[in-house]
Design a protein around this ligand. Structure first.
Ligand SMILES: C[S@@+](CC[C@H](N)C(=O)[O-])C[C@H]1O[C@@H](n2cnc3c(N)ncnc32)[C@H](O)[C@@H]1O
Length: 469
């Protein structure tokens, strides 16, 4: 098999990134936007040892679950990988992927429960991030990055983002034309505007313009265009980022217009969202996920809940309501500040202690202290995609917690970390290996996906581990 070969084959499985997989003369070929059972014509893009990447040229026999994607740039933009699949089949693909990760990575079989889904398969996102760049003719463009790339694909709307998306893009297009501001070129490091970011806090928008400028020209004009085109209350910030890197935000946020932050409520917990606060992207599924964590924790007035990777503390507060106390651990100082405020606003300050720092440095001592005191404990882990540090895993593994609730946004790192906790995997100091004699203090009790990211390959999962001895 060589690069640029055009060949035919039948897709036999789905890969971890939502792509079709086929075998051609012993070589495994990954072909995005194809489905199991489909006969396809594909063009080879890259050949490596034992595997290859290809792009689909034509679907010769479409699968029954194939549908026409809503978005005109589906396949070009890197945001969605599964818009060509019926929604029920998207869920099945993600459930199978989770089971495969546990089998292949953690050497354990799991029964994945049916996915909890949101009310909306489209228009569910409350957070929009639009890179601004220039095209080959030097014209400013607003869009999304292509898959695995920093090339901007221009868009005028996005069907998974909120209903105001097209209006925001139209408003900024008009403003850039009027002001003559240029999109940023990441290669030559020239241009003014790098990104537009919008957060929807229950119908009120926090809009941030990331720019190489220290002040925004014609800002009154921008405010009047946004007011006219986007029929929502909004606040406006300028973030100054002059760095020659692809880090999104600079350190300085300048408040330009509107309320500095907005209040919101979820499951009876009041909180405030500021320009730098972390927000789950799907309010409906987020509420279902937090309710499930709280119900699974089964915390009572004798239970201490340790909420590791606690963000702005919303889940910590929900857990604290039923428990004796809750302990949050979070690396970002602003998030810890908001979590403390949230505890106070909800009358929970006596029940919540928030620690700022790395879980790998703080959690082992907290676990040991709770163990020494003989406290009934539940540990919640909600790490970023890369999963937990080995120091966190080792501390959790040797804890006396009755239950561990692992909330994950990446099945492969979830499987790895759970394998280490239940003992099917060992960390031998330098690498992770299959355990010869699997044994541990915890077993997998349940695995349930939550479809926070419909139309994409991503999925949130709750895995509950129960203590055996
Ligand atoms: C997936 S978010 C979960 C946040 C929170 N549980 C929620 O639902 O909003 C992961 C959080 O872990 C924090 N984080 C990342 N690395 C960390 C570390 N080593 N120690 C503590 N917190 C960390 C991030 O800042 C982020 O707030």
């Amino acid at each position: 098999m060589n690069k640029n070969d055009v060949r035919e084959g039948t897709v036999i499985a789905m890969g971890m990134n939502g792509e079709g997989v086929l075998k051609d003369n012993g070589i495994i070929v990954f072909v995005p936007f194809t489905l199991v059972g489909e006969k396809i014509r594909y063009k080879v893009l890259k050949v490596a040892s034992g595997y290859a990447y290809a792009k689909v040229e034509e679907v010769l026999t479409p699968a029954e679950e194939r549908v026409r994607p809503k978005c005109p740039v589906f396949g070009k933009c890197g945001g969605c990988q599964l818009q060509h699949v019926k929604y029920a089949s998207q869920l099945k693909i993600k459930e199978d992927n989770i089971a495969t990760c546990f089998k292949k990575i953690a050497f354990t079989d799991v029964c994945v429960k049916p996915t909890v889904r949101g009310d909306d398969e489209f228009r569910y996102r409350n957070k929009l991030q639009l890179p601004v760049s220039v095209d080959k003719q030097g014209r400013t463009i607003i869009g999304f990055y292509a898959e695995n790339s920093h090339r901007v694909v221009p868009v005028s709307d996005c069907p998974i983002n909120a209903v105001w998306t097209a209006d925001v893009i139209a408003a900024f297009t008009e403003y850039f034309e009027l002001s003559g501001l240029k999109g940023y070129n990441e290669i030559s490091h020239t241009g003014d505007i790098r990104e537009i970011a919008v957060k929807d806090v229950k119908g009120k928008l926090i809009i941030t313009i990331v720019a190489t400028l220290k002040s925004l020209p014609d800002k009154d004009k921008l405010i009047s265009i946004l007011t006219e085109k986007v029929k929502y209350a909004f606040s406006l910030y300028l973030n100054v980022n002059e760095a020659h890197s692809n880090v999104i935000y600079g350190d300085t946020f300048i408040h330009i217009y509107g309320s500095k932050d907005f209040a919101a409520d979820m499951l009876g917990v009041r909180y405030r969202v500021g320009v730098q606060s972390f927000m789950q992207v799907n309010d409906c599924v987020c509420a279902k996920l937090y309710s499930a964590v709280s119900a699974l924790a089964l915390a009572d007035e004798n239970t201490t809940v340790i909420d590791a990777y606690s963000g702005a503390g919303l889940m910590t507060a929900l857990l604290a309501k039923r428990a004796k106390k809750a302990i949050g651990i979070e690396i970002v100082p602003e998030a810890v500040g908001l979590a403390n405020l949230l505890a106070k606003q909800n009358g929970l300050e006596d029940k919540i202690s928030n620690y700022q720092g790395k879980c790998e440095e703080i959690l082992p001592d907290i676990i040991e202290r709770e163990k020494q005191q003989g406290n009934k404990t539940v540990i919640v882990l909600d790490p970023p995609r890369k999963g937990c540090d080995i120091k966190v895993i080792n501390a959790v593994k040797e804890s006396a917690a009755d239950k561990i609730i692992y909330v994950s946004c990446k099945p492969s790192t979830l499987a790895r970390d759970v394998g280490l906790i239940i003992g099917t995997l060992n960390h031998n100091g330098s690498e992770i290996v299959k355990a010869e004699n699997p044994c541990g203090n915890y077993v997998i009790d349940s695995v349930r996906p939550f479809d926070m990211f419909a139309q994409t390959k991503h999925v949130e999962t709750i895995c509950v581990l129960a203590r055996t001895k």
